[in-house]
Design a protein around this ligand. Structure first.
Ligand SMILES: [Zn+2]
Length: 468
């Protein structure tokens, strides 16, 4: 079989997912992600390693920007085929890619003003990486399919999308290549979700595949379980309410915000926390929550039952999905305690900054982190215990309680990754470990070798491997 797989991103690092499969006469790209690690961001500006106009199609596993965020640039640079993804991924990608384009445009403008003021030139061009017009053109190429449908891509190649249980619409993609009576399959795992995660179904298991790409974000970690999350949230809300403070939750717009609402709703229904007001104050999270409500077909059994019995986590007594600026301002005037969920998740921008200025110096309040905080962000400074911070140009004493709940991760941990691979009934020809930190990848590859005895490899950035 004449087939080649190139590793064009998320190889010995976490972001910038992109793989190129060349088979029969076609060249396909799986994911086209933005680099977000500080020391790899320059790759966003490099020309694509494959010519965009030579690609027959792009297959997109899910809407997170580290998998989708360079698509507008790919289209601007000449790609004009279909971007195949699930319906929900298309709905969410529309929101996220337009938001990303406007951030790129704002960044370029700010940088240009700063350089003018300082009378110097920076290392990168002061142009946006891509514009809103590029994003709109890219969005017009999104070609939604359902889970389980076999998508013909031409010349004996098909793709099937399966639920990955990571975020709404997320998929693992199985590509089948047929030639001269033989067939080979490659499973691109995207990001692997978790079992018994709120709202979503469990990750799909594959009983057979010739080649498998497995992510390894948490390849050396074991997570807290869902029960611990509920208990911790209960304790934090109750103690903050007793102190008459607010719980301020910096949160990511996709999945994390909806899961926090899910847990709060469950605690309220069980009367484990008092009836308090809950605000989701993030325009993007609210729009994405609307997408969740439009796709009840993707819910797991527990979520389906909740919604059909009138207890939707997106519509419970006390919950406000903040849609207008006036509503957002009104959050400041509430009497008594409230839970305020706002973006951005690492406090790098968005309405969370305003809520922090009003709550961070009040010892009765709690700032609750529910996701990973990258080095150098305001969120990380707070988690690390800084005593004074500058927010929106003013200094603030940090007097609020700072808490973190780690168990809300959307990624499988080490044991769940092994559980996913254990679905395979016979050894694949090769497993490629991707999408992990440089220290994690070799450790996780060793762990898999020891547990399975299979051929496990960990490709470097730019490697091209022949698949037999
Ligand atoms: Zn993801």
């Amino acid at each position: 079989m004449d087939m080649q797989l190139s590793f064009l991103g998320a190889a010995h690092n976490v972001t910038g997912s992109s793989y190129c499969l060349e088979a029969n006469s076609l060249r396909l790209l799986v994911d086209c992600g933005l680099y977000q690690e500080r020391d790899l961001k320059n790759r966003n500006w490099d020309p694509f390693p494959v010519r965009p106009d030579t690609l027959a199609a792009v297959l997109l596993t899910h809407a997170h920007l580290d998998h989708s965020g360079l698509l507008p640039k790919l289209v601007r640079d000449g790609f004009s085929g279909q971007i195949v993804c699930t319906d929900a991924t298309a709905d969410i990608a529309r929101i996220m890619l337009l938001d990303s384009a406007s951030i790129q445009e704002e960044d370029a403008e700010l940088k240009s003003k700063r350089h003018q003021r300082e009378n110097r030139a920076g290392p990168y061009p002061e142009l946006p990486l891509y514009t809103t017009a590029d994003a709109n053109k890219c969005i017009s190429l999104l070609s939604p399919v359902s889970y389980g449908a076999t998508v013909p891509l031409g010349d004996g190649i098909t793709a099937t999308f399966h639920d990955a249980g990571h975020v709404l619409g997320s998929a693992m993609i199985k590509v089948a290549v047929a030639r001269e009576g033989e067939t080979r399959t490659v499973v691109f795992c995207g990001d692997i979700g978790r079992w018994n995660k709120p709202i979503l179904r469990d990750p799909t298991l594959f009983s057979e595949a010739d080649y498998v790409l497995v992510e390894s974000t948490y390849g050396t970690t074991v997570h807290e379980d869902a029960e611990t999350v509920g208990n911790r949230l209960e304790e934090i809300v109750n103690s903050t309410v007793r102190a008459r403070g607010n719980v301020v939750v910096p949160s990511f717009a996709l999945e994390r915000s909806q899961e926090v609402l899910f847990h709060l709703n469950k605690l309220l229904m069980a009367r484990r926390i008092p009836n308090i007001m809950v605000f989701l104050d993030s325009p993007m999270a609210v729009r994405i929550t609307d997408v969740f409500e439009r796709h009840p077909d993707l819910y797991d059994r527990d979520m389906t039952q909740l919604v059909s019995s009138g207890h939707s986590p997106f519509d419970f007594p006390g919950l406000t999905l903040v849609r207008t600026r006036e509503q957002s301002k009104a959050v400041n005037n509430i009497a008594g305690s409230a839970v305020i969920i706002a973006g951005s998740g690492m406090c790098t921008g968005g309405r969370i900054k305003h809520h922090l200025t009003r709550n961070i110096s009040r010892p009765e309040c709690t700032i609750l982190f529910v996701g990973y905080q990258a080095a150098g962000t305001l969120g990380r400074l707070l988690v690390d215990g800084i005593s004074e911070v500058r927010i929106l140009g003013e200094q603030y004493q940090v007097k609020a309680r700072i808490e973190t709940i780690n168990g809300l991760s959307a990624h499988a941990d080490r044991d769940e990754l092994l559980r996913w691979l254990s679905g395979l009934k016979k050894p694949p020809r090769q497993v490629f470990v991707v999408h992990g930190e440089p220290e994690t990848i070799p450790q996780f590859a060793d762990f898999l070798r020891e547990k399975t005895g299979w051929k496990i490899s960990a490709p470097e950035y730019g490697d091209k491997v022949a698949l037999e």
